[in-house]
Design a protein around this ligand. Structure first.
Ligand SMILES: [Zn+2]
Length: 365
C-alpha cells in the first residue's frame, strides 16, 4: 500500500532535516489512541488500526469542517490524561527521529488537551484536574525525554485559537513561564475569517509576546486572503507565517515579504487535503516561492490526519515541482535560520547541517 512504500523505501532527501510547522495533536500514533482508549475504558467506533485510521484521516481534498471533524474522533481519548499527554510528546520525537529530523518545533493548544481551568472544557470531556499549565509541563517532559532517547532536538510552540480569544493571554503567560523549559514561541491557529480587530484578545497576547521577547508565528493566508497575512505581519508582528499560500495574490505584500525575507512554513500535502490550494500540485504557489527564492521550509502540519510523513511532502515537491537535493539543502538551512532557537543553538544547528551537507558556512569565511 502507499503508506508502506513511504515507510520502506529510501527517503527522498536522506540528510538531516528541520521541521517548523507540525501539530502535536495532529501527529499522534493510531495505535496509541487505541491503546489509551482501552486503558481508560473509552469506547471508540473502531477497534483496529486500519479501521480507526479510516475515521481519522482524509485522502481527498476536504472542507474545513470535515478536516476539523477528524480531531473529534480521538482528542477526547488523549485530552485530560497525564500519561497519554506525556506519551504522545515522547512518541512524537521518536517519529521525527525515524524521519531524519535533526530539529523540530512542535505546536499545540494547551487548552485543547486540558480538562480543568479551561472554558469551555473541550471535546465533551467531564471536568477533571489537568489544567493547560500542567499540559505544558507534561509535554515538556515528554519532549525532553524523547530528545535524550532519540537524539532529536525538540522545542514547542503554544497555540492560541482564533475562535477562543479569551484563552490567548493565558497562552502567552505560559510561553513566558516555560520559556526556559522548551517553549520557544506563540502561534495563532484556526478559522482565519475571525480577524483580530473583532477579537482583540489575540492582539493583546501578541503585544505582550513582543514586549517580553517571545517569538511569534501565525497561521495566515492558508485558506484566508492576503489581508490575513498582512494583519499577521503588521498587527501581530509575526516573524514567520504558517502556510501563507494566498500571499501571492497581493503582489505588493508578496514583494514586501520577499524583501523582508519573511519565512513561510509550507505544508504541501496539507495544502491539498485541506483544500487550501489547487489540488493540482503543478499549479501550487510553492512553485512561485521557489522561483523567487523565497524563504520557506517544508512541513507535515498534521501527519496523522493526512496519513503522511515528512518524506511524503519531500517526495511530492520532488515529483511535481522539480525539487532537487540542492533545493532541499537550501530550504533546510533557511528553516534552521528561521528557527526560534537562541543564537548559539541556532549556530550549532546550522553547523550540523553544513557538515551533513558537505557545505562550508559562508558566514565564517
Ligand atoms: Zn498548522
Amino acid at each position: 500500500m502507499a503508506e508502506h512504500c513511504t515507510n520502506d523505501r529510501q527517503p527522498t532527501f536522506s540528510k538531516p532535516k528541520v521541521e517548523l510547522h507540525v501539530h502535536l495533536d495532529g501527529a499522534i500514533r493510531i495505535d496509541t489512541i487505541l491503546d489509551v482508549a482501552k486503558q481508560r475504558g473509552i469506547l471508540l467506533p473502531a477497534d483496529t488500526v486500519a479501521a480507526l485510521k479510516g475515521l481519522c484521516t482524509v485522502s481527498e481534498p476536504a472542507t474545513l469542517t470535515e478536516f476539523l471533524g477528524k480531531f473529534n474522533q480521538y482528542m477526547h481519548v488523549i485530552a485530560g490524561d497525564r500519561k497519554a499527554i506525556k506519551r504522545i510528546a515522547y512518541e512524537f520525537v521518536e517519529a521525527k527521529a525515524k524521519e531524519g529530523v535533526a530539529y523540530v518545533e512542535v505546536r499545540y493548544s494547551p487548552h485543547f488537551l486540558a480538562n480543568s481551568g479551561v472554558e469551555p472544557i473541550p471535546w465533551d470531556q467531564k471536568e477533571g484536574d489537568v489544567t493547560p499549565d500542567e499540559v505544558v509541563r507534561l509535554v515538556n517532559e515528554g519532549l525532553s525525554e524523547g530528545e535524550k532517547a532519540f537524539k532529536v532536538k525538540a522545542r514547542s510552540i503554544l497555540c492560541c485559537m482564533r475562535h477562543m480569544p479569551n484563552w490567548s493571554m493565558e497562552v502567552v503567560e505560559l510561553c513566558k513561564k516555560y520559556r526556559n523549559d522548551g517553549v520557544v514561541a506563540i502561534d495563532l491557529a484556526g478559522d482565519e475569517s475571525m480577524n483580530c480587530v473583532a477579537y482583540p484578545g489575540h492582539r493583546n497576547a501578541y503585544e505582550e509576546a513582543v514586549k517580553c521577547g517571545i517569538h511569534r508565528t501565525v497561521h495566515a493566508g492558508e485558506v484566508g486572503p492576503p489581508s490575513v497575512v498582512k494583519e499577521a505581519v503588521d498587527v501581530l508582528k509575526a516573524e514567520r507565517i504558517g502556510h501563507g499560500y494566498h500571499t501571492v495574490e497581493d503582489q505588493a505584500l508578496y514583494r514586501r515579504l520577499l524583501e523582508n525575507n519573511m519565512h513561510f512554513e509550507i505544508c504541501p500535502v496539507s495544502s491539498k487535503l485541506t483544500g487550501a490550494c489547487d489540488p493540482d500540485f503543478t499549479k501550487h504557489p510553492l512553485i512561485k516561492f521557489k522561483k523567487d527564492k523565497a524563504n520557506y521550509s517544508l512541513n507535515t502540519d498534521d501527519p496523522l490526519i493526512f496519513n503522511s510523513t515528512l518524506d511524503t511532502d519531500y517526495a511530492t515537491v520532488q515529483k511535481y515541482m522539480g525539487f532537487t537535493d540542492e533545493d532541499f539543502k537550501r530550504l533546510n538551512i533557511n528553516a534552521a535560520q528561521a528557527s526560534f532557537l537562541p543564537e548559539k543553538e541556532k549556530k550549532d544547528l546550522l553547523n550540523l547541517l553544513y557538515n551533513a551537507y558537505d557545505m562550508v558556512d559562508s558566514t565564517e569565511l
